[in-house]
Design a protein around this ligand. Structure first.
Ligand SMILES: [Zn+2]
Ligand SMILES: [Zn+2]
Length: 462
């Protein structure tokens, strides 16, 4: 068996690995490379394998950094089954259509400039019309269901506890009578999360391919995060204005809504009007409602169909643009959850324009803000930010909630690995170069397993 790491080697996006067993070839994930323009243009490069030669693809979860090049792969000749946990069906459709729309817009924007320069037009990476073909190739499976891929290969998905439908992959190959198991971690969830069940893994694999996104730091506990969120809401109630919560559509939004449902009385949320102002987050939240049986037992009552709106009777879904614009005239008493989580795009920018300069308002930041983003400048205490070229004063109170991450922190990653009773060799990927280096050192101090950092295009023989 050979494993070739095509993506997410010393970076956090573009996950894609290839497994070869005899004449059969399988892919694990086919994600979009995200980041600067320089990074993203690599998406258009030809695949380092022949898509038509791939027998099947196994998808760990629907996040675009794992699934975002599927339409391109299918367009380029891959016609095999795409196996994933059944809860990915809706999320994939929502996220791939959104990604395709962004590709179309980007090509349109580029072409306007190119035409003015007399340059030929470029094609988008893929369009919304390419998405249905991907969905038709989906083969939906349950956790722990063992499926045969070929005469000598099989696989099983285990719950990764990261987002809805996220999976670890156990891949089995029988070569000349020798049975080998490789585990691909996918993205590993942050144990103790309120909705997802904790990551589920064990066994004695021969090799582990493991993510390292937060391999250099630990998150604060879920209890502390809950307390921070509660205190921010109480602070905002005293301020008397509106509350803005920038949040990504998948995972973070549902976590916040879950806390609002659970603590509706305790946090006096009845004195607010709560708006989920993101068409994508609304659809994703509806998808989350379809799979409550997968969640922690105490969580399930909040997530059966229609339960969320029963627990938060003042929750309003404002998918329509006019409804969203109407929020601009509300001066107090509104909690507005909108994307994007890093405040780089989406409706949250409009709400920031209308609220950020008002000292009665509160901004609750619930996720990591990378360098170079508006969110980072606000977290760093910048008194002004720029929106559409206009300078906006930051007079609202800013709160940052620490630990709502869907990714395992350093300690949890170690505990995850320690579930394997044989200290198997491990290949680290899905982390920045410096983070992976730190995580390797940390892991080396605590385990006896052989640890390698994956390089792009590197092949491992097993
Ligand atoms: Zn992910
Ligand atoms: Zn990822």
């Amino acid at each position: 068996m050979k494993i070739n790491i095509h993506g997410a080697a010393e970076e956090v996006t573009g996950s894609c690995s290839e497994i070869s067993v005899g004449h059969n070839k399988f892919l694990v994930d086919c994600g979009l490379i995200q980041g600067s323009w320089k990074h993203e243009k690599r998406n258009a490069e030809p695949f380092p394998f022949e898509p038509a030669d791939i027998d099947a693809l196994i998808l760990t979860h629907a996040h675009i950094d794992h699934s975002g090049r599927l339409p391109l792969l299918v367009k380029s000749g891959f016609s095999g089954p795409i196996y994933c946990h059944k809860a990915n069906r809706e999320l994939l459709e929502i996220l791939l259509l959104d990604s395709a729309y962004l590709q179309e817009k980007e090509a349109e924007w580029n072409n306007r400039k190119r035409l003015r320069k007399g340059l030929p037009e470029i094609e988008p990476l893929y369009t919304r019309a390419d998405v249905p073909a991907v969905l038709e190739q989906l083969h939906l499976v349950e956790y722990k269901e063992k499926l045969q891929l070929s005469k000598d290969t099989a696989f099983r998905l285990r719950n990764a506890g990261h987002i809805l439908g996220s999976s670890h992959l156990e891949f089995y190959a029988n070569e000349q009578g020798k049975e080998k198991t490789v585990v691909f971690s996918g993205d590993i969830g942050n144990p103790g999360a309120p909705i997802q069940q904790d990551p589920d893994i064990d066994g004695q694999p021969d090799l582990v391919i493991m993510e390292s996104t937060y391999g250099n730091r630990n998150h604060i506990s879920w209890e502390e995060s809950e307390q921070e969120l509660k205190e921010s809401i109480e602070h905002a109630a005293r301020d008397g204005g509106n509350v803005l919560i920038p949040a990504f559509a998948v995972g973070r939004t549902q976590t916040i809504l879950h806390y609002f449902a659970k603590y509706f009385r305790e946090w006096h949320l009845d004195q607010w009007d709560i708006f989920l102002d993101s068409p994508m987050a609304i659809k994703v939240t509806e998808a989350y409602e379809g799979y409550s049986y997968l969640y922690k037992e105490t969580t399930q009552p909040f997530w059966s169909k229609g339960a969320l709106c029963r627990h938060i009777p003042n929750l309003h879904f404002t998918a329509d643009t006019n409804e969203s614009m109407a929020l601009n005239s509300i001066k107090s008493g509104a909690i507005i959850i909108a994307g994007s989580g890093m405040m780089t795009g989406g409706r949250i920018k409009h709400h920031m324009k209308h609220n950020l300069w008002r000292s009665q308002c509160d901004l609750i930041i619930t996720g990591f803000q990378p360098e170079g983003t508006v969110g980072r400048r606000i977290v760093d205490g910048s008194p002004f930010i720029k929106l559409w070229g206009e300078s906006i004063r930051v007079a609202a109170s800013v709160h940052t909630i620490g630990g709502l991450s869907a990714h395992a922190g350093q300690r949890d990653l170690l505990h995850w690995y320690q579930k394997f009773s044989n200290s198997p060799p491990v290949i680290l990927n899905h982390g920045s170069a410096s983070t992976i280096e730190e995580f390797k050192d940390f892991l080396q101090q605590h385990t006896s397993g052989d640890i390698t950092i994956a390089k792009k295009g590197q092949t491992f023989n097993l």
